[in-house]
Design a protein around this ligand. Sequence first.
Ligand SMILES: CC(C)(COP(=O)(O)OP(=O)(O)OC[C@H]1O[C@@H](n2cnc3c(N)ncnc32)[C@H](O)[C@@H]1OP(=O)(O)O)[C@@H](O)C(=O)NCCC(=O)NCCS
Length: 186
Amino acid sequence: MPLTVPAPIETPRLVVRQIAEPDLPGLMAVNGDDTVTQFLPYATWRSMDDATAWYRRIAGIQATGNAVQFAIVSRDEASVIGACLLFNFNEGSARAELGYVLGRAHWGRGLAREAAGALVGAAFGPMGLRRLEAEVNPLNRPSVRLLQSLGFTREGLLRQRWVGKGAAYDVELHGLLRDEWQQPGT
Ligand SMILES: CC(C)(COP(=O)(O)OP(=O)(O)OC[C@H]1O[C@@H](n2cnc3c(N)ncnc32)[C@H](O)[C@@H]1OP(=O)(O)O)[C@@H](O)C(=O)NCCC(=O)NCCS
């Protein structure tokens, strides 16, 4: 069974919904920034061709049923300000990995917490998952802080796990169980 695609999720400031090709120009402003992509496993987008290539790759992975990519849409501006995803879905263990990115202009306002929190709620609710994982470079302090604020536990350090952008780097593995998840406001 593929990973279920939930209905669009509304939060006070955002809508989190499955991505579509018309979202690419908005995502260009997000991923066309070296500061944003510093810790991401892909190069900064330099043109719409890069955006389209990324979208085709994502569409191929989604077609396997092992991932769902979401756009983060600002309700005020009706514009795409970021993206988040569940990937590496393992059906037997009802487990997946969480990822997220927000345009730099939108950092520091709790919007990533709001979007990722909504996605975690859907993952443990209608999508039926029981464990979420995230790998994060320990130098990526805003991402580590976000995982902590979502209630993830740091479960270990995977030394020189990846080679990217010319260097090997460590990642921390963080995990969150459905039974530990507390909806915001509860
Ligand atoms: C990781 C990333 C999404 C975090 O974004 P962010 O805006 O820092 O995250 P949050 O939404 O949790 O915002 C938290 C910050 O907003 C502040 N804030 C302001 N208003 C807030 C509100 N209403 N609610 C919550 N936090 C608020 C908090 O104090 C906090 O600041 P602090 O971290 O300095 O203490 C962002 O840095 C990013 O896109 N990075 C590039 C992509 C990336 O590396 N992804 C992860 C790969 S593992």
